[in-house]
Design a protein around this ligand. Sequence first.
Ligand code: LLP
Length: 417
Amino acid sequence: MRDFGYKADELFCESVSVRKLAERYSTPLYVYSRKTFLEHYGKLQAAFRSVKPLICYSVKANSNLSVLKTLVRAGAGLDIVSGGELFKALRAGVPSRKIVYASVGKRADEIEYAMRGNILLFNVESLSELEAINMIAGRMRRRQAVAIRVNPDVKAKTHRYITTGHRQDKFGIDIDRARDIFLNRAEYTNLDICGIHMHIGSQILDARPFVRAVEKVTNLVQRMKSRGVGIRWLNVGGGLGIIYSGESPQTAQGYAKAILPFLKKLNVRIILEPGRFIAGNAGILVTKVLYIKETPGKNFAIVDAAMSDLLRPSLYEAYHEIVPVSSRSYGRSKRIRRYDIVGPVCESGDFLGRDRRFIGLKEGDLLAVMSAGAYGYSMSSNYNSRPRPAEVMVTGRRARLIRRRETYKDLIRSELS
Ligand code: LLP
């Protein structure tokens, strides 16, 4: 997280003091570095330069409009999974021909909305969906371009909730069935079945499962081409892992080096769908210690952020580094203690970190939960009727509020009584 670091004793985001942001905007607070989003996007672009891919940032990772606009202005397309994400993508000003749409459960109204929006490709995940899109396209008197999401049946080493390319996962269509669809494509009179999509999972640290999957799908592209099926797009998905604590994921360069030899053999346009790689290390969650509670069993630092703000630790037992915003707050104390960093929500599973060592942690201290830029705010909720936090985007010396903190009124805005 190069754009988050200490100057003297204080944590900075680019050239802005995180403590000052917390004082100004209160906590819990998401803080993002614009530079990091752009740098990570640029790294992938550079690594794949030789095939000039369309990089469709995966909106679900962090869908704040300012984040989307930042990337769209840099030339990114967007990968969406719902009508809501399409709405946000269009609001962010992305050219509709740079939108790709995956999801195992697209509703008819969402399919129509995306067709009216003239998106580039639907990534189709089942035979029934293919038929539904064909029918809707017919009704709307158009020929719709689609890609088949293939389930390449590889095991990616990651949390079992976020693997998607194994045959027991709900995603995609097995390779044999995909082949049959291509060969029988004439049956789908309103569709132009012109692409292959894969996405094998998320937070994948090692290039090997990607290589195995890409090898399988490039074989399919080649076999289909030899039988006269014109495939124009190959979407290799997202899934690149990042460093949360000591992992050593493949770099963008390493990833490109591993899969480019396969991609270059094909005369197709390449799409990438990174989410976490771009957003993960571009954000932190800042929170305040409300109470220190030392019990015979454990020490707890009870903070004002909770699983409702950052669900990853509770849902996947994901590890996020947690650091003091101001190390001066150690004072003279040299007392190292272990704490569970927990939120106020009424669940024992509401923790942000377990058994973390701190020196002289005390009430009122600010903590930063690192690498919270992806799947942080976007997975937040109002559980326990907690208003969602604010979000701030830092650019150099400037900080801009890009989402205000929710109010109590926001909590009942859509309720009817
Ligand atoms: N493309 C598709 C079709 C996807 O389903 C996903 C993520 C991506 C691209 C982007 O994957 P990424 O590059 O971010 O790994 N909530 C989980 C992650 C779920 C990922 C879901 N799909 C987490 O917090 O770890």
